[in-house]
Design a protein around this ligand. Structure first.
Ligand code: FAD
Ligand code: 2HG
Ligand code: ZN
Length: 495
């Protein structure tokens, strides 16, 4: 399942090749066990979760402290060795794997919880902590992590911050920009930026930690973070609804916000194709409404403090939308097993798509009214090609996941989809990356969603923090934007 050739970029010849003296140095800093060179062991670091973006790293490093990260980066910067920071390697835009032979710097060894304040809910932990484990940790104190996503069992909090991951409860807890209290990061030259405070309010100068959030490993390596955790909701209820049209989906959303108000914590949609694919591909996933055949399904979740009151509210909402014919059929989960079953279906869609084979993924912010129009137009556009088009996502956040599944990666299919999808999105003033980031996939596409002046400022920031451009090269920013902001001898050779 190899990437289409149009994803390849030539290796930047400015970068040094890894030598024995580099390995010796890395071993002197992190010990033999932290320096992986065995080709079999390196395979998992070189290829992404989808099996789509694959490089060929000769070494993966697993430091266990910020000081070790600092020494590694200072060495790579001096030697002009390119570096890919890697967390759980669950990213979906080819950001976490090498394009060529970059050194992989894994945060897997930075996995300690440093403190938790059970009064304020401030969690301080190292960047390699796995999201689900953090949730269990703070759960023990009656708190929850402010984000949740299907990859929670593998993704790291550092990777979540580096991608500014959104997920299933952004509607309730907002983006990580709001939940991050502090950060520690190491810049390309080894400088440690200690911004790891837990203050709610701190207006001392520019808020540098926010630059690292969503920077996808191109500005520094996040080594630790302080996160504001909300209290764990005492009562969680989930409704699963079958809806006859996308116009009705929108009406149900308006009604849910009005009727459920502050307890509404997720509003997700999937189309019938996504449902059928997931049921077909994944064992153990059940259809919550087996006798329904509507074109759209919704997962509506409430999180609150009073189970009886919340359940009554959700029940009344469901009765109302069903009586008015906005919802054709619906069910309320009766216990935590049923709640988990409905979420298992929603979270399983990406896994099912991966099982089904190669997939072109588009993660778009669009006006809600336009979201499904694009799915239908995409279907028309690929008519005659061996493609299946799926639409689902975080409707409550205006975030569509448009997935085009094909038997193999094929330049003809990709050419039919791109840049058309990006142009369509730009025409709506949407975003070509709602939550997954730009990575390698969209490094040349930022202009569809940001003006040239903004991209130019980003390139200046990149050149300031990483003047040798060693951190995650070929990712996020277009080559031309960097060309205007770094001296010619520091620019990669032209494609
Ligand atoms: P990686 O994949 O390892 O890295 C992602 C990027 O961050 C890369 O560019 C990497 O270089 C950089 N990076 C990683 N760690 C660091 C660090 N410590 N310092 C600096 N840079 C770093 N995303 C969403 O937003 N919402 C979802 O609902 C969602 N659901 C998903 C479901 C599934 C099944 C999968 C496979 C992925 C999903 N994702 C989702 C995509 C992905 O962005 C998230 O899984 C996650 O935030 C990535 O974390 P990670 O630790 O795996 O990072
Ligand atoms: C989700 O919301 C993730 O399930 C993954 O963001 C989306 O695989 C995708 O396209
Ligand atoms: Zn998503």
């Amino acid at each position: 399942m190899r990437a289409a050739s149009s994803y390849t970029v030539p290796r930047d010849p400015r970068f040094a090749q890894l030598e024995q003296q580099d390995l010796d140095y890395f071993r002197s800093v992190i010990g033999d066990t932290g320096v992986l060179t065995d080709p079999d062991a390196l395979q998992t670091y070189s290829i992404d979760w989808m099996g789509k973006y694959e490089g060929k790293c000769s070494v993966a490093l697993r430091p266990k402290s910020t000081e070790q990260v600092s020494k590694i980066l200072a060495h790579c910067n001096k030697r002009l060795l390119a570096v890919v920071p890697q967390g759980g390697n669950t990213g979906l835009v080819g950001g976490s794997t090498p394009v060529h032979d970059e050194v992989v710097l894994s945060t897997a060894g930075l996995n300690r919880v440093l403190s938790f304040d059970a009064v304020s809910g401030a969690l301080v932990c190292e960047a390699g902590c796995v999201l689900e484990q953090l949730d269990a940790h703070v759960g023990g104190h009656g708190f929850t992590m402010p984000l949740d996503l299907g990859a929670k069992g593998s993704c790291h909090i550092g990777g979540n911050l580096a991608t500014n991951a959104g997920g299933l409860r952004l509607l309730r807890y907002g983006s990580l920009h709001g939940s991050v209290l502090g950060l520690e990061a190491v810049l390309a030259n080894g400088t440690v930026l200690d911004l790891l405070t837990t203050l709610r309010k701190d207006n001392t100068g520019y808020d540098l930690k926010q630059l690292l959030v969503g920077s996808e490993g191109t500005l520094g390596v996040i080594t630790a973070a302080a996160i504001q955790c909300p209290p764990r909701p005492a009562a969680v209820h989930v409704a699963y609804l079958a809806v006859p049209s996308f116009a009705t989906v929108q009406q149900v959303f308006v009604r849910a916000r009005r009727r459920l108000g502050e307890i509404l914590s997720a509003f997700e949609f999937l189309d019938r194709g996504s449902l059928e694919l997931t049921l077909a591909e994944l064992d153990g996933v059940r259809d919550p409404l087996p006798s329904s055949a509507e074109p759209f399904y919704l997962v509506v979740e409430t999180s609150g403090s009073n189970a009886e009151h919340d359940y009554a509210k959700l029940e009344a909402f469901l009765e109302e939308v069903m009586e008015e014919g906005l919802v054709a059929d619906g069910t309320l989960a009766q216990d935590s097993t049923q709640v988990a079953g409905i979420w298992g279906l929603r979270e399983g869609i990406s896994v099912a798509l991966r099982h089904a084979g190669p997939v072109y993924k588009y993660d778009l912010s669009l006006p809600v009214g336009k979201m499904y129009e694009l799915v239908e137009e995409t279907r028309a556009r690929v008519a005659g090609l061996p493609c299946r088009v799926f639409g689902y996502g975080h409707l409550g956040d205006g975030n569509l996941h448009l997935n085009v599944s094909t038997p193999r990666y094929d330049d003809a299919v990709q050419a039919r989809l791109e840049p058309w999808i990006y142009e369509w999105t730009a025409a709506q003033r949407g975003s070509v990356s709602a939550e997954h980031g730009m990575g390698r996939m969209k490094a040349e596409c930022i202009g569809y969603s940001k003006p040239a002046a903004a991209v130019d400022v980003m390139a200046q920031i990149k050149a300031l923090l990483d003047p040798n451009l060693i951190l995650n090269p070929y990712k996020v920013l277009p080559r031309a934007a960097l060309a205007g902001n770094v001296p010619a001898q520091r620019m990669p050779a032209a494609a």
